[in-house]
Design a protein. Sequence first.
Length: 174
Amino acid sequence: MKTHRGLSKKTILWSACAGGILLFALTAQAQTATPPGTTVSTKTIQVSGSANSVRTGLPEFVDFSGPLIITTTVVTDPLLPPESVVQIDGRGVKGIGRKTGTVYNNELEASLTRVFGPTDTVNTTFAFFQDATPGTDANAAAIVASKTGLLTLNLTYDTTTNTLTGATATLGTP
């Protein structure tokens, strides 16, 4: 009587490892590939503006300046109107108090889905607060006492290529 020996444990283990590596490679490729009908554009612009002391309740105006990174992803679908996902990263923007020289940090980040067109104006608020050492009571107090700023972002697109062609922005108070 003949007995049939199945696959050895070593063969099964090697097959599982090879399959895992292949699956990992395909997943990594899928994450970096841009889907059809999608156009991604990135621009970095310098922004500036002031937060009004009357509106913030602070004893001084706060002047902001720094880089604002804008990434737009335009998605087209034959069955739906085109949309643009606008991602804003302004964490590099710093505020300086006019009288005291106090440094203010912010949480200027947003991801917004918009109707795609040749121009778009985005108004979004952000929190700003006195700079303090992270993890300290002073930092926690500064964040709790945060104030509100307003970013107004004007975008222009090339509607033939769906690319972001221009961006201007101002910072202030709502």
